[in-house]
Design a protein around this ligand. Sequence first.
Ligand code: SF4
Length: 475
Amino acid sequence: MTCAIRDGAEQKIWARLDQLKAMRTKQGLSLKVGVLGCMAERLRDKLLDQGKLVDVVCGPDAYRSLPYLLALADENHQVANVMLSADETYADIMPLRLDPSQISAHLSIMRGCNNMCAFCIVPFTRGTERSRPIQSIVDEVRKLCEQGIREVTLLGQNVNSYRDTTAINALGLGSDLAPGFSTIYKRKDGGLRFAELIDRVAAVDPELRIRFTSPHPKDFPDDLLHVIRAHPNICNQLHLPAQSGSTTMLQRMRRGYSRDAFLSLVERARALIPNVALSTDIIAGFCGETEAEHQDTVSLMRDVAFDQAFMFAYSMREKTFAHRHMEDNVPAGVKSRRLAEIIATHYDAAKSKHQRMLVGTWQLVLVDGKARRNTKDGREQYAGRAESNLKVHFTLPDGVMGESLVGKYVAVEVHTASGASLSGEFRGVSSIREFHAASEPRGMTPTASAVAPAPVGALPTAERVVGATASSASG
Ligand code: SF4
């Protein structure tokens, strides 16, 4: 399974293919080698030429033909299907889950992207946007709950541009863009939108956590923010891919917003969803990036203080608008230096925010297992994710068996924080409803009721439930 979004991801696949070739030629193993996904779409001919290593090449909209392709491929025949589809959503295919202990699942709700950002290859490898019918998504979520899944992440290349046109009278919620944002393509009216979908998914089971990725900032109208706020089981965490902090750079990237519009979205999100955690994507060294434009990105990282960020140096991709019309003219050394500055600024800002706002608070953590490392003094730790999606490591009091907590929601008192994770101490088993009932509305005014009966240790005090109070919500 391959990704084509950055050159680094493709280089890993070429290296893996060399390993497989050695296994086949030197060790004599009988292997059928298939390359699936976006890289297959992009590089079909090159993959088929490369020393006859690859037997099957299958693009992201052609997986239904995999059994057929595998049956046809043999040592004399390479086969490929990389046809893009205008309507394939795999809505009727339920993934087979082989690991019964799995507590979280990903669920694809839409495919493709219409945005054509200048740097991005996704519209060329995934095609245009199309969405699964709402009912097929709700049904799959219900089945996942029955299988014991506690957290679902809704997936799409532009997930919050979701639009189900199959429902009768589908006028829907949330058809507007966020204020100050535009698109380069003509928006279509009608259809059930993401706000409607996530409202219905959240109602399936109030003890199922919902996340979604990857959104575009333009598709966060206020009614979507209100829906997120209204459901305690929709994590109060938004991914807002900024890509750059410079308005002129954002124009060249064809992102459809300015720095000010992005900052006003951040403000609205923080005002409407108390204690919302924000993450972002950033590209360093896109075509023609000046030092002043780079400094705008550095200052954006400082000013917003994202909780998490995914930061990369730009690598030009064939077929994109940038490849056809621009020059990849920022030297590699400059890109690396700028990326390092952006990363350092992000971790400084995130660490200071987490230490200021989260140390001393109680976080609701979905436990996923034993932590890889013990504490410095040798105590065993367990780990999970807070609503913010930050990793949380925690110790247990004597007598509490960590394994019995896997897949459960627990309250953890945070003692230390870094730019990327939190550490603390287990305070009790909880649930989404109990935890949030103690802090309604959404972390603003915690009440005196307990988060949950703590099997061992003290019950939480009101001020420490959930996290920061209203006054610190703007981060
Ligand atoms: S919105 Fe995202 S997936 Fe779509 S073109 Fe832009 S960067 Fe690529």
